[in-house]
Design a protein around this ligand. Structure first.
Ligand code: NAD
Length: 420
């Protein structure tokens, strides 16, 4: 029954990763069961009035994987591929990410199966408010806290905060993170994930003896994560050779001017057609020679097909789940690509979300410098922990990161015991 409910290739991937790590950790059968399966799987229908006067019903989900170490935390995604299995996989990865970073959260993820690109601002607002209303019995600042993800942004979070606050009768900023600054969002949250990707990728460059200034990078996806990754890397002197988004890929041997590219995106809605670049096939883009390849868009883009042809030194996983299990096996066998796994590489977002949540409870507002310094301290600690664990146990970086995280959750479950 549970396998049928969650039948989805992304869930199958997350589940197999878990099983392998549980084997390595020699987890007892009962802890294995308790750590793997989500606590709550919530599916709601979200009816909204479209601009043309018709009514359409969307399916929305929220999965709360674990409440053992604190409230669940994780993004809300608007994308046509959203289903319960995909959302559950993403909730599992959030659990491991929070545990690896030692944040007092379990993993959560939400999503609505829709295509935001075809919806007006009014339709998106009605969708977001109705979804929030349907979720009110299950969420709260001490229960489950959402944040932006694929297809959502700080405006989405503002609508959620407003809907929840209107319902309870007073402003509850800690109900979501990734809010606008004027609603008690945190300095540095918008760029946190991309900044983190650039920070850990720069760490890896140092470790491999390659100067950051003058290194090269390719970034897939130019949304929140991709654009901030490219911007931060470029500001450290890295040449951004190519980027892509859903409309196409572009290339410039001399390096793209990321500030101009952002302006072009703001004007046209895409990186495609940027004057100071030439077009390149999006699949070929991933296989060009570079120091850092940063997939920052979708899951399962590094596959058995392209993994043997990658010509990067570092694979910095900005997206969640960008490498398939088969690709992982190929990269392990190759041994020449330094993989920075997603739960470490893109953990900057949830870490600054945690800072935002703490500031909301304390009614404090930290400066951008304070946020970035604390973020880099926690990322550095997690990075060092993963690399030394991998070396000590002769594991891939991904298995090492997940092993540290799963052991942390298993220890918390053991300490709490099984109720009743
Ligand atoms: P976003 O919606 O802001 O941007 C997504 C980008 O990917 C857009 O530029 C879009 O055009 C591009 N894209 C979509 N399909 C593509 C394709 N087939 N080829 C190339 N580009 C494509 O989303 P985001 O918040 O930047 O999230 C991107 C990824 O990062 C997701 O996997 C998300 O789960 C993960 N992530 C996001 C955060 C965060 O703080 N936003 C944190 C951790 C992980």
């Amino acid at each position: 029954m549970r396998q049928t409910l969650l039948r989805n290739p992304v869930f199958a991937m997350a589940a197999e990763q878990f099983d392998r790590v549980a084997d390595f950790l020699n987890l007892s059968a009962d802890l294995r069961e308790r750590c793997k399966w989500p606590k709550r799987l919530i599916t709601v229908t979200v009816p909204i009035r479209r601009d043309d006067g018709t009514t359409e019903v969307f399916f929305g989900h929220r999965v709360q994987h674990h409440l053992t170490r604190g409230p669940t935390k994780g993004g809300l995604r608007y994308h046509p591929s959203v289903d319960l299995g995909e959302i559950t996989a993403l909730a599992l990865w959030m659990t491991w990410k929070c545990a690896l970073m030692d944040l007092p959260f379990g993993g959560g993820k939400g999503g609505i199966a829709c295509d935001p690109a075809t919806m007006s601002a009014g339709e998106l607002e009605r969708l977001t408010r109705r979804y929030t209303m349907e979720m009110i019995p299950f969420i709260g600042p001490e229960t489950d806290v959402m944040a932006p993800d694929l297809g959502t942004n700080e405006q989405t979070m503002a609508w959620m905060a407003d809907t929840y606050s209107t319902h309870v009768g007073h402003l509850v900023p800690a109900i979501v993170t990734g809010k606008p600054l004027n609603l008690q969002g945190s300095c540095g949250r918008a760029r946190a994930t991309g900044h983190g990707v650039a920070f850990v990728a720069s760490n890896a460059l140092h470790q491999l003896g390659t100067p950051v200034d003058g290194a090269t990078a390719i970034v897939q996806g130019f949304g929140n994560v991709g654009s901030h990754t490219a911007y931060t890397l470029a500001s450290h002197g890295v040449r951004i050779l190519g980027v892509s988004d859903v409309q196409g890929a572009i290339w410039n041997d001399r390096g793209l001017d990321v500030v101009k590219l952002r302006n072009h995106l703001a004007q046209t809605g895409s990186v495609w057609g940027f004057a100071e670049a030439e077009p390149i096939d999006p699949d070929r883009l991933l296989c060009q020679s570079c120091d850092i390849l940063a997939p920052c868009a979708l899951d399962r883009v590094i596959t058995a097909d392209n993994a043997p042809r990658l010509r990067c030194r570092i694979l910095a996983e900005g997206a969640n789940g960008p490498s398939t299990l088969e690709a992982d096996r190929i990269l392990d066998a190759r041994g020449d690509i330094w993989v920075i796994p997603d739960i470490l590489c893109n953990a900057g977002g949830v870490t600054v979300s945690y800072f935002e949540w703490v500031q909301n409870f304390q009614h404090l507002s930290w400066t951008e410098r304070e946020v970035v310094t604390r973020l880099e301290t926690l990322l550095q600690k997690a990075y060092t922990k993963v690399i030394s664990f991998a070396k000590r146990h002769r594991l891939s970086h991904r298995t090492a990161a997940q092993a540290i995280a799963i052991q942390t959750v298993a220890d918390a479950k053991s300490a709490r015991g099984l109720f009743p």
